[in-house]
Design a protein around this ligand. Structure first.
Ligand code: ASP
Length: 586
């Protein structure tokens, strides 16, 4: 037997046993006549012990010749430790070594392979296979595996079939940019890598599969923002003969199941909030409802007092930070600077302090009497000791700016606790979104999303397109969108109208989506679905900010795999075979 136990397995009850372990040398402590070695594998660390004058004298010499990350096999006797380590599962025992076999040597690793590594991000990514040996990274990958298994079992228990869909598909310009793959057999033609299996999963419903899911890789050639990966994983699902509630219940069930199994947490029914309310009260379609600080609109009480900025604004809106009236000049200036950063883009910020003695102090005292300020404070339901922060301007822009300020205050006040979870459904998204630049409507979710039945007639009136609500929903957690989906259009007529609203001619729609539309003429059932971002879900459950930490081999922020060095140029012969001529402008 190569090994009788793993390095995480032995306990005091094993004392006296003769065992064989194998693993990596994490650390050697040499105290002259005594030597200890920490031997590590995926399951843990076991301390090896050698003492001069006992056993084979060559052992000591051998032990001293090992370096960090050498791979060894070791035989020995389990003994009780003199100084126990309660922080380690194997901390009560050590192994008195009787035999070593060196299995492989290692160069000195470029960073320490311990929980707190001294390696910077770039270095750890370049040697990701070494980074993966570290506990925190490995445990993230283990969590991911566990979640994948839980998802698979849950879905299968609810009659979903896992069905693979193609990776080489037809390119469609709607949505994000496609990654494309040239076809050698069809020169000048390209496949696209799927941004999601959307059309295939709908075809599977036409095919009568009834319930489909897949844990599937998706690809989007987007400009990389922080924490985006060009390839990422979805839990992709589709169901037939369902209404919105059926879908929300099913996936709320899955989410609760994950919480219960992974975190031991139980939840009441997830709250549901319309997109309209999410924007009005939080300035975001993915509000973090772990804390309050809901927006309060102040036009009624703030306008008409001669303060031009307020008077000319479409919206005056603010938040109330409880117990912050003691904020210093410096802190308030920093908040003003925060909202003025180009990423937030506000012109400035007004504050009102409701002092604990009941008086007011504001940055607009010139324009507002104490009574005026009191009226505003009442709108906020503010108490003495609170601080009100107010922005103004064009409604939607101002709400988004205030969202940033609210989240910042949430951070500053420690209200966004990583071990607290606040899931929520956001429903009734707009169906279509106007784009100023291209002067056309885009599908907010995707072109197959059905309108809310109450708004369906509006699709015949172009002036109302912006008002149509979609039968679409997102699942949001702690300010992060973890999934989204919609009821689909299964009626050819309505789909044609939708394409029309999106500015597609009949020919263009036919060319791009003809195969799906054609299928819909053969008895498409009513159907709906949803996809979770699996990487993000894992990172939330892992209490970590970045999805990269939950992907074994992620790309860096420029979309590069620094370990393998991709993307990279290809050989001229490969290009010739593909009949591709490069015209790279550098
Ligand atoms: N395919 C959609 C997406 O990737 C999800 C869905 O509508 O099911 O966002």
């Amino acid at each position: 037997m190569f090994r009788t136990h793993t390095c995480g397995e032995l306990r005091l009850s094993d004392a006296g046993k003769e065992v064989t372990l194998a693993g990596w040398v994490q650390r050697i402590r040499d105290k002259g006549s005594l030597v200890w070695i920490d031997l590590r594998d995926r399951y843990g660390i076991t301390q090896l012990f050698l003492q001069e004058g006992t056993g084979d004298p060559k052992l000591m010499e051998q032990a001293r010749s090992f370096g960090r990350e050498f791979v060894i096999q070791v035989k020995g006797t389990v003994i009780e430790r003199e100084s126990k380590n309660p922080n380690m599962p194997t901390g009560e025992i050590e192994l008195r070594v009787s035999h070593f076999t060196l299995l492989n040597v290692s160069k000195t690793p470029p960073f320490t392979i311990e929980d707190m590594s001294d390696g910077g991000d770039d270095l750890r990514m370049k040697y990701r296979y070494l980074d993966l040996r570290r506990n925190p990274v490995r445990s993230n990958i283990e969590l991911r595996h566990r979640m994948a298994m839980l998802v698979r079992n849950y879905m299968s228990d609810h009659d979903f079939l896992e069905i693979e869909t193609p990776m080489l598909i037809k390119s469609t310009p709607e949505g994000a940019r496609d990654f494309v793959v040239p076809s050698r057999m069809n020169p000048g033609e390209f496949y696209a890598l799927p941004q999601s299996p959307q059309q295939y999963k709908q075809l599977l419903m036409v095919a009568g599969m009834d319930r489909y899911f897949q844990i599937v890789r998706c690809f989007r050639d987007e400009d990389l923002r922080a924490d985006r990966q060009p390839e990422f994983t979805q839990i992709d699902c589709e169901m037939s003969f369902v209404e919105q509630d059926d879908v929300l219940d099913m996936f709320e069930g899955l989410t609760k199941h994950l919480f219960k199994e992974v975190k031991g947490l139980s939840f009441d029914n997830f709250p549901r909030m319309t997109w309209h309310d999410a924007m009005k009260y939080y300035g975001s379609d993915k509000p973090d409802i772990r804390f309050g600080m809901k927006f309060v609109e102040l036009n009624e009480v703030a306008q008409g007092k001669g303060f031009g900025l307020f008077d000319n604004a479409e919206l005056v809106v603010g938040i109330c930070a409880e117990g912050c009236s003691e904020y210093t000049r410096k802190q308030l200036d920093a908040l003003t600077e925060f909202v003025k950063r180009p990423q937030v883009g506000a012109g400035g910020m007004v504050y009102i302090k409701y002092n604990s003695d009941g008086t007011f102090k504001s940055s607009v005292d010139k324009f507002f009497s104490p009574d005026d300020l009191k009226r505003m404070a009442e709108k906020f339901n503010a108490k003495p000791g609170d601080l009100m922060l107010i922005l103004c301007g064009e409604a939607m822009k101002t709400r988004k700016q205030l969202n940033e300020l609210r989240l910042e205050m949430g951070n500053q006040l420690g209200l966004r606790k990583p071990d607290e979870y606040a899931p929520l459904w956001v429903i009734d998204f707009p169906l279509l979104e106007w784009d100023e630049e291209t002067q056309r409507f885009y599908a907010m979710h995707h072109p197959f999303t059905a309108p809310n039945p109450e708004d369906e007639a509006l699709i015949d009136d172009p002036s109302k397109w912006g008002d149509i609500r979609a039968n679409a929903y997102d699942i949001v957690m702690n300010g992060v969108e973890v999934g989204g989906g919609s009821i689909r259009i299964h009626n050819r007529d309505l789909q044609n109208k939708m394409f029309h609203a999106l500015g597609f001619t009949d020919e263009k729609a036919q060319e791009q989506f003809g195969f799906l539309m054609g299928a819909f003429e053969y008895g498409a059932p009513p159907h709906a679905g949803l996809a979770f971002g699996f990487d993000r879900l894992c990172s939330l459950f892992g209490g970590c900010e970045t999805i990269r930490d939950f992907i074994a081999f992620p790309k860096n922020n420029s979309g590069r795999d620094v370990m393998s060095g991709s993307p990279s140029p290809i050989a001229q012969e490969q290009l010739d075979e593909l009949q591709i001529t490069l015209n790279v402008k550098s």
